[in-house]
Design a protein. Structure first.
Length: 112
């Protein structure tokens, strides 16, 4: 199943890309929930975290390191939140694994 993220990776639809390497892509969320709201996605389509396999271990670690790097590059020095929604009940609407980076303001807890 092709998702909007697959189309962004293939440059079939535009996105405000802030980082890219061989394995990942990071871009601004089109419906931001904080002053800074970015998404980090793997170029390999994994529908959701629950479907990741042991062979994805290095890629999953890489995604977190990219999130750390991107957060620093956009100036989130006072903190930020990383969110992975897993499945429909968690609010996942695009079934291509992605990490939300949220920051730029104090974030409340619990989140929802």
């Amino acid at each position: 199943m092709t998702t909007i993220f697959d189309k962004i990776i293939r440059r079939q639809i535009p996105a405000s890309i802030v980082y890219e390497d061989d394995l990942t892509l990071a871009f601004k969320d089109v419906n931001p929930q904080a002053p800074v709201h970015l998404l980090v996605i793997p170029k390999e389509p994994i529908p959701q975290l629950a479907q990741a396999e042991p062979s994805h271990q290095a890629l999953l670690g890489h995604l977190l390191l990219v999130a750390q790097r991107v957060a620093a590059e956009v100036g989130l020095t006072n903190g930020y939140r990383l969110v992975i929604n897993n499945g429909q009940d968690a609010g996942q609407t695009v079934f291509h694994l992605h990490i939300h980076i949220l920051g730029g303001r104090p974030l409340a807890w619990p989140p929802g």
